[in-house]
Design a protein. Structure first.
Ligand SMILES: Nc1ncnc2c1ncn2[C@@H]1O[C@H](COP(=O)(O)OP(=O)(O)OP(=O)(O)O)[C@@H](O)[C@H]1O
Ligand SMILES: [Mg+2]
Lengths: 251, 502
């Protein structure tokens, strides 16, 4: 699904290297998790993959289903099936959540030369999916993320993902700020989307989330590189011992 | 339907964006109608004033009024306090009167109007031909009917729904017709809100205005449909000086829409209008404008110089006026729709979106003059600047000694796109009694890269993303517009900001 080869990324504005050769190979239908200390480059990786400005790729490549994505515009990557649930979802005052969702769904459909979703169908689908995530009608009317609690913002990201039905889902710390019940809702939302053609990359600091969303592979990222890859047990190991031992291994 | 409601009120409708995208040029009304015109000779003189008056078959008193204005104008100086900068206007190098040849004999009904003119308005999306609406194809469900007075260069080419309006006692006609047919009303009210000597451009307008719209709503009548005027400047080097007079008698109500377009020409054109609103006891007027005169090209060549005096006089107690404007066009805009709150408990509201892109300059705002007791005013201004444009909000709130217990609330927000443009806020506040309250809030923000990336990561392209964010910023004002206008305004916001990022 997604293949990342020797990805090197620096900041555009200053001479600061953040990713120093990342290699990842994510197969269709699998859930990969990335853990790693603060500032190791996890969010940067997700931003670069989804096309945010301000970064420069100095070396390496990334392919979605065999197609290079690093030269594509952000919206083209989205239409090609890439989705990022933001660590810090952005507020857009005055733009209704529902309007935003519908504009996004139809923008992607247009880029893929598909027919637009009718207003009626859209309403039906969005109501059903919102209900699953316990997002009420009032929240759908409010401005995008404005005045949403931390947990509401994260649930809203999952709603967007459910509506857009991407093939490659990147979740950046979607669990942070969620209470126990919300964590269950979000995990159910993600698990409901799991299928053999969809891949997840879940960035998290905690085993908690991985109890609900069982990963197939766990990677540890440190200092701009993947320093270790293993099975679900690797996450448990980190939970118990922290990163010190792992960092020592590679030092 | 509920969904459509949400679409209009909350942001950009996908179809709207599509429609906008489908347009080839960036200014979609830039075409020109090939039509034979009658011009008065270029330049301004007493003779021209006499000629305009005689072309309109005006009575003697009207000519006298115009000539007094003209003589006054000769003594006035062009104001220079606004934050706009434009080449000196040569008032002798303009045509003051242009009329399609086919309009020489006044058409008796719309059937006699030159089809080319009707075609022009059709292209602009104006439902001029009432037959089409009345007899013809079923109007889409819920579509409100709007009576239109269309002004093409200097003359009014037709007013729709006359009969039906007349049944309700409403007079809606061109001002030239009103001068002939309803002289008692015109003489009583014309110039009573904006006096002849008010300001340079208003005085000029008083001397040379050629047409415009007239509305009278009798006591207790709620106008059965929305009234609308569409102004189009077509002829080259022609100034348009229209005059609008609306009188809302006691306990009456009317909603009035004004739209304006002009072809794309590389020589700047002058537009100096005067709008007077008179409100008697318990009357209410909603006046909405979508102004998209040609703004000039990216380098500031051409475009309309728009100098407008709009004022409402809330003469009656408990009268209420609401100005809503979406200003996306013109090279230079100088415009301050104002409310004189004379009657006790009268209210004035001003909602404005002013967009300036490329080399456009806008100096706009409002004046709220509180004279009566318990008067209230509310100002919501959204200024958007992009490219190298300069956008100034200039507002006056004045509480006179007798305006006891009055209130004003002003909210003035500026949004910048890019870093070569400017936004300025110039509030003047005078409070001359101690029981009144004035509140002023102002913010300036930038279209945030993170917001744009968030939208794009969900599949919207850059222009869609900007339009969405900007429409969100303007939401409170868009909501104040009648439905059809809100849609048009959203589309305009998108068009006028095309190419403003990246
Ligand atoms: N635009 C930027 N300007 C300056 N430094 C940046 C920028 N973007 C990222 N960095 C730096 O790059 C490093 C990686 O940041 P990133 O946000 O990717 O870390 P992370 O692994 O997601 O951390 P966390 O677990 O705290 O979310 C950090 O040191 C951060 O300060
Ligand atoms: Mg992070």
């Amino acid at each position: 699904m997604l293949n990342i080869k020797n990805l090197h990324v620096k900041l555009e504005e200053e001479d600061k290297q953040i990713l120093k050769g990342v290699n990842l190979s994510l197969e269709p239908g699998k859930v990969h998790a990335i853990m790693g200390p603060n500032g190791s480059g996890k969010s940067t990786l997700s931003y670069v993959l989804s096309g945010k400005g301000g970064y420069e790729v100095t070396e390496g490549a990334a392919q979605l289903e065999g197609v290079d994505i690093l030269d594509m515009e952000a919206e083209e990557r989205a239409a090609a099936g890439l989705f990022l649930a933001f660590q810090y979802p952005v507020e857009i005052p005055g733009v209704g959540n529902m309007t935003f969702l519908r504009t996004a769904v139809n923008a992607q459909r247009k880029l893929r030369s598909e027919e637009e979703m009718s207003a009626g169908e859209f309403l039906k689908v969005v109501r059903a999916k919102a209900k699953d995530l316990k997002i009420d009608a009032e929240m759908l009317k409010r401005s995008v993320n404005v005045g949403f609690s931390g947990g509401e913002k994260k649930r809203n990201e999952i709603l967007q993902m459910a509506m857009l039905e991407p093939k490659m889902c990147i979740l950046d710390e979607t669990d942070s700020g969620l209470d126990v019940d919300a964590m269950k809702l979000v995990s159910q939302g993600v698990n409901a989307l799991r299928d053999e053609n969809r891949t997840f990359l879940v960035i998290t600091h905690y085993q908690r989330l991985l109890d609900h969303i069982k990963p197939d592979v766990v990677h540890i990222m440190a200092n701009g590189r993947i320093i270790k890859t293993g099975g679900p047990e690797l996450a448990l190991e980190v939970e118990q011992n922290g990163y010190a031992d792992l960092l020592e291994e590679i030092a | 339907m509920a969904m459509d409601d949400i679409q209009v009120k909350d942001g950009v409708d996908a179809e709207t964006v599509e429609a906008v995208k489908a347009l080839s040029g960036t200014y979609k009304y830039g075409w020109n109608t090939e039509i034979e015109m009658d011009y008065a000779p270029k330049g301004l003189s007493e003779d021209i004033v006499r000629l305009i008056s005689s072309k309109n078959d005006e009575p003697e008193w009207m000519l006298g009024w115009r000539l007094a204005a003209y003589r006054r104008w000769l003594e006035l100086k062009e104001p220079d306090w606004a934050m706009v900068d434009y080449p000196t206007i040569d008032f002798q190098d303009q045509y003051y009167y242009a009329r399609p040849k086919s309009m020489e004999k006044k058409p008796k009904s719309l059937d006699e109007v030159d089809p080319k003119l009707l075609e022009t308005y059709k292209k602009l999306g104006i439902p001029l031909k009432e037959q089409a609406l009345l007899a013809g194809v079923e109007a889409p469900e819920g579509e409100r009917r709007v009576a239109v007075d269309a002004v093409f260069d200097s003359v009014s080419v037709g007013t729709t729904f006359q009969t039906e309006l007349r049944k309700a006692g409403v007079i809606f006609c061109s001002i030239s017709e009103a001068i002939r047919e309803h002289p008692e009303l015109v003489r009583k009210y014309l110039g009573s809100v904006v006096p002849v000597s008010d300001n340079y451009y208003a005085t000029l307008n008083s001397a040379v205005f050629s047409d415009g719209s007239f509305v009278y709503i009798p006591p207790g009548v709620r106008c059965p449909m929305e009234l609308s005027t569409y102004f189009r400047i077509n002829a080259e080097n022609t100034g348009q000086f229209e005059r609008t007079l609306i009188i809302a008698d006691k306990e009456s109500y009317v909603s009035y829409l004004e739209g304006c377009t002009a072809p794309q020409r590389d020589v700047a054109q002058l537009h100096a209008a005067v709008v007077e609103l008179v409100l008697l006891d318990d009357a209410e007027i909603k006046y909405s404008t979508v102004q998209n005169w040609f703004p000039g090209d990216e380098n500031g060549k051409g475009g309309i110089y728009n100098f407008v005096t709009k004022r409402a006089d809330c003469r009656g107690d408990r009268s209420k006026v609401m100005w809503t404007q979406v200003e996306t066009g013109s090279a230079v805009t100088w415009k301050y729709p104002s409310c004189v709150l004379r009657g006790d408990d009268s209210q004035g509201e001003f909602y404005s979106i002013a967009i300036a892109n490329n080399m456009q300059q806008a100096d706009t705002g409002t004046k709220m003059v509180h004279l009566g007791k318990n008067t209230k005013s509310r100002i919501v201004s959204k200024g958007i600047s992009a490219g190298k444009a300069q956008n100034t909000y200039r507002g006056l709130v004045s509480m006179h000694p007798k305006a006891k217990s009055s209130r004003n609330y002003t909210q003035c927000d500026s949004l910048l796109i890019g870093n070569k443009c400017g936004a300025h806020t110039v509030p003047y506040i005078e409070v001359k009694n101690n029981s009144s309250r004035v509140e002023h809030e102002a913010t300036t923000s930038k279209v945030d890269d993170d917001q744009l990336f968030y939208c794009r990561s969900r599949g919207m392209d850059e222009e869609e993303a900007v339009a969405l964010v900007v429409n969100g910023f303007c939401k409170e004002v868009l909501q104040a517009l009648p439905m059809e206008f809100a849609m048009e305004a959203q589309a305009l916001v998108a068009i006028s900001l095309e190419g403003s990022v990246g």
